[in-house]
Ligand binder design. Sequence first.
Ligand SMILES: C[S@@+](CC[C@H](N)C(=O)[O-])C[C@H]1O[C@@H](n2cnc3c(N)ncnc32)[C@H](O)[C@@H]1O
Length: 284
Amino acid sequence: MGNSRDFGNPLVDDEKSLLDLLPEFMEIWEERPIKENYFGMTFNHSFGVFAIARILNLPNIIESGVWKGHSSYILRKACPRARITSLDIDFGNLVFIDESITYLREDFGHVDWSQVDPNVTLCFFDDHVSSLQRLYEMKWWGFRYAIFEDNWPAGEGDSYSVRHILDHYAHDKLERFSNKKLTLKSLVKRALFESVLTRYYFHQHLLRRENNADYIALIRNIDAYWEFPPLVKYPENNWGGSWAFPYDAKNSLLKLESDGKLIKLESEEPNRAFHYGYLALVTI
Ligand SMILES: C[S@@+](CC[C@H](N)C(=O)[O-])C[C@H]1O[C@@H](n2cnc3c(N)ncnc32)[C@H](O)[C@@H]1O
């Protein structure tokens, strides 16, 4: 039951079959060491990462963007025997540490990956770096599987996402969040910074001017794009609006109304608890 953006082979033929993993996931979720994961993944994306990693079952995982360590915990539970390498440029917030994981304070693009078999490695990106840049780097080393957590819809986000490309949407502002209010001072500062970056756009990849080439090249280079369906869909999207285009998402696997029990799982406000940001599996 793909939506219009999916193409190539999906991870599963019937998305409802993902629910087979739910009972095990719920136990892992209940035991999670980090209960408050502001700025990190909550329920929907945690299930998505768990299910994709478990079904692919690859021997190597590279995680980029660790924060407190919640996603590392989910990946370790999904694949108890995988060799996990977790990257962050700042480990100052780390809470959950797993001794079987190799931690590197480094950017994915600056690591020598020649000792890792790229054909059997899952890359998980939750680092707010341009997804296009990450796809270039994956191609450079021959990696084939990636989860993109920051898969912002058009008009939102602080990095260029695969979904932006598919919707022909530029990322020409450092940050776009329709529900975020900025002070005049920070708006002016940001506008100055953006004007310099835009003028010298060919020297960096933070911003991306609108263009058609990214879409054409993406379609040529990737085998499949598959958005993980939300487990539970809150009536409002993450930015407080409706799920109409460009915020459209697949049907949820569970009904929010008929499963009040799930809502009580979370102490955070429900729209945050059921945050859904179009987490996608991309294969190249
Ligand atoms: C949203 S948090 C990650 C949340 C985490 N995956 C979770 O769900 O629990 C983003 C993290 O990316 C890190 N980060 C920023 N730039 C990065 C880069 N170039 N490479 C790796 N990590 C980066 C930040 O330091 C931050 O810890």
